[in-house]
Design a protein around this ligand. Sequence first.
Ligand SMILES: [Fe+2]
Ligand SMILES: [Fe+2]
Length: 173
Amino acid sequence: MDPFTCLICGEPYLGKSAPDRCPFCGAHEMHLVPSSMYVDVGAVELSEQSRKDCQEALQLELKNQSFYKCAADNAENELTRAIFKRLSKQEAEHAELLCDLMGIDEPEPPAAECADSDVENFKTAGGKEKNAANFYLQVAARAPESRVKEVFRAISDIESEHLKLSNIYGGNS
Ligand SMILES: [Fe+2]
Ligand SMILES: [Fe+2]
């Protein structure tokens, strides 16, 4: 068992080899390094625009975290419950990492509503994830800080994977 640490969320993982995705934030395996090589970047000095973008990203993540929690609570079977539960935890991890980047305490997620139907919730999720993936690409392009670019690009990729998953289960594939 060796420890690997995610360069995006900073969470360590113990296993025989690095997983193909960070089990916490969902980042691609290229962001996982042996823990002995990891350096914690912590909070970053942010431009005014990047601080605004991080705040908007945080609100998006908190809303999506609550939406997926609701969808998991209403799930029709264990398979869809597992997917919604993991998506909620990944969005929570994204919210936490944005707070770390800004050097602020994490706010409570807002209350969220969702449908009783898994297909409906995956369709809603598809819209949310498409929006999130595009938003992160846009803000990554204008961020002057290399760490902010790295984080936004990595999260955009993760949200794109969530979009693929939502399309498969929402019948849009
Ligand atoms: Fe991660
Ligand atoms: Fe996210």
